[in-house]
Design a protein around this ligand. Structure first.
Ligand code: NAD
Length: 255
């Protein structure tokens, strides 16, 4: 087994996944990227540029693709995977009564089923590098509080939180830690594509107008580092409010 610790990151071609990839790469880790966005992964690779980075196209909804990606990454990384960062996710806003069946299924599949599949596929590797190995999942502040105007997204993130708490107990016997990040509003492309916003400026104004803030993505990378090295089950990043109160502001026509 190689000396360099290894982290595999889904959604590593953009936003939070990219920031975490660069952060861990700068600290001597072997970084694996899994994403449907090949161009995005190439850009992340260029930002690391030390040779200890490996990309594998991955759709987190595809269970057998998970095995292929992790097998290949483990070989590239010298026979070890210490952390799976289950981070890929998509937003879905709008009233539930307006969301199509396809939108609901896609969001559940990527945000929740993808996390479960990743955990299943990573388990044997994490068991091998335990103690000290970790499954880190990106949930959301929408996994802490119900979110009017984004009930499907919020349901997936409550689900991710449940997976974290359940597996942390289940895998304790193997010495594997399971943790989650609960970001609030983070400065990434996802924020700008928020379907509840009329424009980038609109979403930024509404966040700050509600007394909240948009957190730099580098803060999430530092929080991911702290999360895998610490005992805290859930790490909140950025300012949150009970989105039950806040969420109503997001509904079209109610601003
Ligand atoms: P982003 O859009 O910048 O990055 C998401 C990445 O996931 C993209 O590279 C995309 O190609 C990839 N992806 C999408 N579907 C995929 C699939 N089926 N298989 C593999 N990869 C796929 O968004 P981000 O802000 O970096 O979001 C990362 C995570 O953080 C998500 O789970 C999101 O829900 C969560 N989050 C973001 C915020 C925020 O404000 N940005 C807040 C809370 C939680």
């Amino acid at each position: 087994m190689g000396d360099r610790r290894a982290i595999f990151i889904t959604g590593g071609g953009s936003g939070i996944g990219r920031a975490v990839a660069v952060y861990f790469g700068q600290r001597g880790w072997f970084v694996g990227l899994g994403d449907i966005d090949k161009a995005g992964m190439r850009e992340t690779e260029e930002m690391i540029a030390n040779g200890f980075v490996y990309s594998h196209p991955l759709d987190v909804r595809d269970r057998s693709a998970w095995d292929e990606a992790l097998d290949a990454f483990c070989v590239a990384a010298g026979g070890r995977i210490d952390v799976l960062f289950n981070n890929a996710g998509v937003p879905l806003g709008g009233s539930l009564t307006e969301n199509s069946a396809e939108e609901i299924e896609r969001t559940l599949d990527i945000n929740l089923k993808g996390v479960l599949f990743g955990a299943q596929a990573a388990y044997p590797y994490l068991k091998q590098t335990a103690p000290g190995s970790c499954l880190l999942n990106t949930a959301s502040a929408a996994g802490l509080y119900g979110t009017p105007g984004a009930s499907v997204y919020s349901a997936t993130k409550f689900g991710v939180r449940a997976v974290t708490e359940s597996l942390d107990g289940e895998w304790a016997v193997d010495g594997i830690n399971v943790r989650s990040l609960m970001p609030s509003f983070i400065d990434t492309p996802l924020l700008d594509h928020n379907p509840n916003a009329r424009s980038n400026e609109d979403i930024r104004q509404r966040v700050t107008g509600a007394g909240l803030e948009i957190t730099p993505v580098a803060d999430v990378a530092a929080a991911a580092w702290a999360a895998i090295h610490g005992d805290k089950l859930h790490t909140v990043v950025g300012k949150t409010a009970k989105t039950l109160a806040f969420g109503a502001r997001w509904l079209p026509g109610r601003v």
